[in-house]
Design a protein around this ligand. Structure first.
Ligand code: APR
Ligand code: PHB
Length: 389
């Protein structure tokens, strides 16, 4: 097999990049470890910035998003008793769109055959070769048979655990990491949301988030110990805790229902620099992880794709190498600001095992400041809707 660009991974990053390059006439092949059914069934975040919705619109793949996505012009921070509204529309003139990542992925996978975007599913043991040359390749097994894909460039869109980042020589890279001492226990249920807008709650028992996928499907999370087992949380116990943590006003409006899905996810901040070496580029979770508190993971993958697709199209269509040379620095400048925002919002809203009453008071003072200061709310709002590209 041969391609201009070989992409490892058919998550949001790989699919968005694959479609964008394909639309510009660049020859690309995506190689994915799992089946299409597996990738489509993954339940992840659901808040899209305009970088992400604009990318889908530019691809002509935003019809369902525009019909079914919910425009959110604000969000709420809860500090026990009070709800503090961050008015995104008034403070920034922009909004975010609530539309499940599961749906984004489905839309991109469904459109691939019609647009001549080849995706190799169920590729086992993918390895990267000759990344420092101009003739790199991927090798993998398909139904037990060895395969080889030659390309001019390789792009690792293979998530945090994929082989691409590991293929960079240890001496050229540096990692920055913070692992948080708790996780999020999530529940998905076919019940009406308790609020028209998302609520991020700081409660003495720990963080809670009220989110949604549609007007009839809700997604809630609570902060939980990392070693928490889902089996300890009956639906009833989880609903009781969600109601308490969201505070009296929102808690009273929570509609309960059977869990469609329940799981615990860890929280991590992570950046690998640089995002390019030789003929290999990284995009999305392969290069950086944010805790989910700012809903930035998928949107950062989209902004990487924005920069990298531009650079690769420049190289193939205009013989312009400048974009590829600056990709890593451009992408990282935006990544670090999103890392800062996700980390700050995580610190503000969670209960940490080593917190003393002093740190708790600092959180409450900051929330009180946010409630009283337009400048503080503007800072949160402009980060939440997404900083400029
Ligand atoms: N070979 C081929 N594919 C692989 C391999 C491998 N060895 N390892 C991982 N992959 C695939 C995964 O199966 C997955 O489909 O790479 C894909 C990576 O997708 P994501 O983990 O979703 O990462 P990314 O596309 O960067 O998404 C960024 O979306 O899913 C969220 O949490 C994620 O918010 C983040 C954003
Ligand atoms: C979600 O709906 O899954 C969600 C929303 C906002 C976040 C994180 C997750 O910050």
């Amino acid at each position: 097999m041969k391609a201009d660009v070989a992409i490892i991974g058919a998550g949001p990053a790989g699919l968005l990049l694959g479609h964008t390059l394909r639309q510009a006439g660049v020859d690309v092949v995506i190689v994915e470890r799992h089946s299409a059914a597996h990738v489509r069934a993954r339940i992840r975040a659901g808040v899209l910035e305009t970088v992400t919705t604009d990318l889908l619109a530019r691809l002509g793949l935003a019809d369902r998003l525009q019909a079914e996505g919910l425009a959110h012009e604000g969000l709420l921070l809860a500090d026990g008793d009070r709800l503090i509204r961050i008015d995104l529309a008034e403070l920034t003139g922009r909004h975010v769109t609530v539309y499940g990542q599961t749906e984004v992925t489905a839309d991109l996978i469904d459109a691939a055959p019609g647009r001549g975007l080849p995706i190799v599913w169920n590729a086992e043991s993918v390895t990267l070769h000759d990344i420092e040359s101009q003739t790199p390749s991927l090798r993998f097994r398909l139904a037990g048979v060895e395969q080889r894909l030659d390309a001019r460039f390789l792009v690792g869109c293979d998530g945090f655990h994929g082989p691409a980042r590991a293929a960079m020589p240890a001496a050229i890279g540096r990692t920055y990491e913070r692992v948080y001492p708790f996780g999020w226990l999530g529940i998905l249920a076919d019940v009406a949301p308790c609020s028209d807008e998302l609520i991020y709650a700081n409660h003495p028992n720990g963080f809670a988030l009220a989110s949604m996928r549609s007007r009839t499907r809700s997604r809630y999370y609570i902060q939980a110990p990392l070693d928490e087992v889902v089996e300890n949380w009956s639906d009833e116990r989880l609903w009781d805790e969600i109601v308490v943590r969201l505070g009296p006003e929102a808690g009273a409006r929570v509609v309960r229902g059977p869990a469609l899905e329940k799981s615990v996810a860890p929280l991590r901040s992570f950046v690998f620099e640089p995002m390019a070496h030789g003929s290999l580029f990284l995009a999305g979770d392969a290069a950086h992880i944010v805790p989910p508190t700012g809903a930035k993971g998928l949107n950062l993958a989209a902004s990487d794709v924005w920069y990298l697709s531009d650079a690769l199209i420049g190289w193939f269509k205009r013989a312009d190498a400048a974009g590829l040379a600056t990709y890593s620095d451009r992408a990282l400048a935006r990544v670090w600001k999103a890392e800062r925002f996700s980390w700050a919002l995580t610190n503000l809203m969670h209960r940490f095992p080593d917190h003393t009453p002093f740190e708790r008071r600092m959180q409450l003072a900051e929330l009180d400041y946010i409630a009283s200061s337009r400048a503080a709310r503007t800072s949160i709002a402009e980060n939440y809707v997404g900083l400029p590209l």
